[in-house]
Ligand binder design. Structure first.
Ligand code: GDP
Ligand code: MG
Length: 163
């Protein structure tokens, strides 16, 4: 009915999710969990980050001791970028991810994605935006800041997996 529709629309939010290279082999299970938890997948793209892409994506962490390992890891395999829609999507996706460090996640939240599919503090299977503002920026980084709409000019998109 009209009331329910308006209510739901008011709470629909889009967050940005990224399956990291170490999570790719579990992409099917991760997507099962995303759908079972009530998210819609509005955009999805498999892609390959260059080192420069990875450095830009994680520029907020530039200079930190783990930055070099993190950006090398992110550029060293395929990722899957997604826009996820749900009520309170930003918060709910972070909750489903669990703690950043997969080893800690296995203690604190063993059914979380990072507990199930990650390895340690760097290799933790998936990313999730930490705010609505960052979700918009990160989604744009993958889905709007590049010319891949038609994929007719592959050379214009650094994320293309077909070289
Ligand atoms: P997130 O928002 O939970 O992904 O965590 P952050 O934004 O703080 O860090 C970004 C990514 O950097 C994390 O997902 C990890 O892959 C990595 N990372 C964060 N903190 C550490 C750390 O203390 N050590 C190592 N090795 N990696 C880290
Ligand atoms: Mg973060």
């Amino acid at each position: 009915d009209e009331f329910t529709k308006k209510h739901l629309q008011g709470f629909q939010e889009t967050t940005f999710a990224l399956i990291k290279p170490d999570g790719l082999k579990n992409m099917g299970r991760i997507i099962d969990m995303i759908l079972a938890n009530g998210f819609l997948i509005k955009e999805l793209r498999m892609c390959k980050l260059s080192l420069e892409d990875a450095q830009n994506f994680y520029k907020a962490h530039a200079g930190k001791p783990f930055y070099e390992a993190l950006t090398q890891f992110m550029a060293n395999g395929l990722c899957v970028a997604m826009d996820l829609v749900a009520e309170n999507a930003v918060k709910r996706w972070r909750t489903l991810l669990g703690p950043t460090n997969s080893e800690e996640a296995r203690d604190r939240d063993p059914s979380s994605i990072r507990a199930l599919f990650g390895t340690n503090n760097t290799h933790n299977a998936c990313h999730g935006s930490d705010s609505l503002e960052n979700a918009k920026k990160e989604s744009a980084f993958f889905f709007r800041d590049r010319n891949f709409g038609s994929c007719a000019r592959l050379e214009n998109c650094t994320l293309c997996i077909i070289k």
